[in-house]
Design a protein around this ligand. Structure first.
Ligand SMILES: [Zn+2]
Length: 92
């Protein structure tokens, strides 16, 4: 379960510049952009993968056809993203 405060902050990285990029919290496992229909998976119930690559991958998929839970395919890009997101505040 993602905290509501975090959800309120998250926006679609593609649309946030020009549109609202508001995200719909869907089945506790996906965030769906209301402007472009890109879909961002949430891993382990609390790790939103806000990568454009991931959003693109699911853009054409109907939301009812989204796999729940989202498949975990950890590649280097996502691994770096998670590390940055969760360790960004830690100062060496
Ligand atoms: Zn969008």
């Amino acid at each position: 379960m993602i905290q509501k405060e975090l959800l309120d902050l998250l926006r679609c990285p593609v649309c946030a510049k020009e549109e609202k990029g508001t995200l719909e919290y869907f089945k506790d496992t996906w965030l769906i952009c209301q402007d472009c229909a890109r879909k961002y998976p949430i891993w382990d119930d609390d790790i939103p993968i806000m990568l454009i690559d991931e959003g693109d991958k699911w853009q054409a998929t109907d939301k009812e056809a989204l796999p729940v839970p989202p498949p975990h395919k950890l590649n280097k890009k996502i691994y770096c993203f998670i590390l940055t997101a969760f360790c960004g505040n830690i100062k060496a």
